[in-house]
Structure formats: C-alpha cells, structure tokens
Design a protein around this ligand. Structure first.
Ligand code: SAM
Length: 353
C-alpha cells in the first residue's frame, strides 16, 4: 500500500468503507500474529523527566506535580503480580530520568531475570549508548522509543533536542544492533500534524521493520503548551477515529508486528476503547501494575492513571473483556514473530537525510 492510498484511507469517513478497513486489518492480524492477545504488565518506575516535550504532562518545567521514583522492592512487588497473573512480559517505563541510575537499573533487570522467566521491555527515553548496552547485557529483551512523528520540523517543535544527540531514529538502529527487539510509534492528532505526515509515519513503520508499534491518539494536557493549541482546519483531528484508522493501516502494513491497543485509546473510550483497538489489528494489551498510590502521578495526559476500577481486579476484568471478543490470552513471552531485515539500518540512514 503506497503513501497516497494510506492517506486516502486516513481521510475516509464513509461508515461502510471504514468497516471494510477494520475487517481487512482484523483478517491481516489473524493471519499475521494469530488470535492470542499478549499481556504486558506496565510498571511506571519514575515520573521525573529532564525533557521539555510540549505534549507531555511529565515535562520537566511543569510545577505542582509531585515526583516519585519506585524503590526496587516496589518494582519487585509489581513484577510478582505480573507473574501471578500469568503475564509474559513486564514493561518498565519512566520519564527521561537520569536519577534512575544505570547501575540501579542494571541490577533490577538482573534480579527480575534471576527470579522470574518474564521478558523485560524498557521504555526509559533517550539514554546513553553505554547504558542501553549495559541493560541489554544484563538481560533486557526489548526497548520501546516512539519517534512520535516523522515530520522533522514538527518533531523539533514539540520535542526540543540537544545538539549533541543522535536522534530517535538513529537510536532505534542502535538498539537493533545491540540485539533488542525494537518498538516505536507515533501520536495521532498532534496539533500541526497533517494527513500526509501520518501517512509517512505508517510507511516508515514498514521501512523500519519494527517488532512493536504503538499508535495512540494525542490527548491534550492543559498543563502543557500543546494543551491549548488550536487544531488547524486541514490537520489530523484529535479523538479516536483517525487513531483507529492509523492502527488498522499499521497492521495492514506490518502484518507480523506486535501492536498494542493503547492506554490513550482506552482513556478516551473507557467502556470500549480496548475492544475497538483489538478489533482493528491490535494483539497486545498492557494492564497497569504500577502501585496504586503512584498511578495518579504518572499524568502523561488527563484521565490517565485511574478509571475508578479496583486495581486488584483490573487485570481480571481486562482478561474477561479479551475473552468476550472470542480471543485467547497468549502463552509465554509473546516475542515478535519476525526477524530484523538488515537493510532497514540503511533505510534509517536514508530517512534522516
Ligand atoms: N520518556 C520515555 C519516552 O519519551 O520515550 C517514555 C515515557 S513517555 C511518557 C511515553 C509516551 O507517552 C510517549 O512516547 C508519548 O507518545 C506518550 N504521550 C506523551 N504525552 C502524550 C499525550 N499528551 N497524549 C498521548 N500520548 C502522550
């Protein structure tokens, strides 16, 4: 599917045509990765962040948000819950926090690997290459780093970069070289994003040959600069609809990737977001295992971190909802079923020029 075809699907509004797109993506999902839904326990390790991203509620300049770092014991309690629930993976995520020291993270990864058979996904932002290498050496399996948008100018505007940084696309290639399974993704509906930008994002997913791809709606946070920007008339609108189309097209473009139904989608549509994502190509769900007192503080966008459900039963409810769709829960770690095409590193170099 070329970029102009992707673009015309993204602007499609006819309900019957959209239903045909959802069904197409669902068939590709069934033949590409099967009916199993893999569960990854999300543990939000720290909400400190050194970045000034204009979209994110954890951004450094934001005042009034109490900051936390989990202790090793708090993380291990959440890890044990993942084991009890039969999950195959834990995802350790945080703001970009140098206070999460490389050595501390290294011994945490080593301990989780020693005490469990879980796969570990890290999502800790743009860390130094030696740190990424050390964590891989100690057993981390996967790394998730969203490039957020392929439009370089828009990206620079929403994610101020330091001059000496390699950039996210280059880091993705480096993570692959280190032997990680590599995940990336974008937000849909960022103010200033065009349908052509989003089409290019989806095309790029295919070129990067990613193992995991996360496509979620942008949700404005009033305590951030982007929380107040008015969307341009011909830009990608916020909300779930275009995000769902982008997810479906991502599945069609990347039949074998692991694709989560995002927390942002469930935040916009608490009652049905999970099902809608799973019906348009997703095969992964990430139940939140962050200890309850901290969840409200990992406020990437409003509404995240609590929908009133009892945290001790939330995974059970999620499992019931998955089964009610006629899908089964994945066994084991849910590793990516595909392998990296060496040519993709060259493509990364190309897109950066
Ligand atoms: N610090 C790491 C990083 O930047 O990769 C990981 C944590 S970051 C909070 C995780 C993701 O949250 C980002 O990649 C971004 O896509 C998403 N996010 C941040 N602000 C958002 C917003 N307002 N709406 C939707 N998603 C958002």
């Amino acid at each position: 599917m070329d970029r102009s075809t992707i673009c015309s699907w993204l602007t499609e509004r006819d309900p019957a045509r959209l239903q045909a797109l959802w069904d197409w993506a669902d068939r590709v999902r069934a033949s590409g990765v099967g009916d199993a839904v893999h569960l990854r326990g999300l543990i939000e390790v720290s909400n400190y962040c050194v970045r000034d991203c204009s979209y994110c509620g954890l951004r450094r300049p934001r005042g009034g948000l109490p900051r936390y770092r989990l202790s090793e014991e708090e993380v291990m309690q959440a890890v044990r819950r993942a084991v009890e629930w039969g999950f195959g993976t834990v995802v350790l995520q945080s703001g970009e926090d140098p206070g999460l020291e490389a050595g501390w993270m290294r011994s945490l990864v080593t301990r989780i690997k020693k005490e469990t058979s879980l796969a570990i996904t890290l999502s800790l932002g743009e860390r130094r290459r030696d740190e990424l290498a050390a964590w891989r050496d100690s057993g981390a399996d996967r790394y998730l780093l969203k490039f957020e948008t392929s439009n370089r100018e828009l990206y620079r505007r929403i994610h101020p970069e330091r001059a000496d940084e390699p950039g996210r696309l280059s880091l993705l290639a480096h993570l692959r070289d280190l032997g990680y399974e590599v995940g990336s993704g974008v937000m849909v509906g960022i103010p200033g994003q065009t349908f052509d930008d989003l089409s290019r994002d989806i095309e790029l997913f295919g070129e990067l040959d990613l193992d995991m791809i996360s496509v979620g709606p942008f949700i404005p946070h009033p305590a951030t600069p982007l929380g107040h920007e008015v969307l341009s008339a011909n830009g990608v609108p916020g909300g779930s609809e275009v995000a769902l189309a982008a997810m479906a097209l991502t599945r069609i473009k990347c039949p074998r990737a692991n694709i989560p139904t995002t927390t942002a989608l469930s935040t916009l549509d608490v009652g049905a977001g999970l099902e809608r994502g799973l019906n348009v190509g997703a095969n992964v769900v990430m139940p939140n295992l962050t200890p309850p007192p901290y969840r409200q503080l990992y406020q990437v966008y409003p509404g995240k971190g609590g929908n009133g459900e009892d945290p001790t039963t939330e995974p059970r409810r999620i499992i019931e909802r998955i089964r009610a769709l006629g899908r089964c829960i994945g066994d084991g770690r849910g590793d990516a079923p595909k392998s990296w095409a060496p040519a993709a590193a060259a493509l990364v170099a190309e897109v950066r020029t």
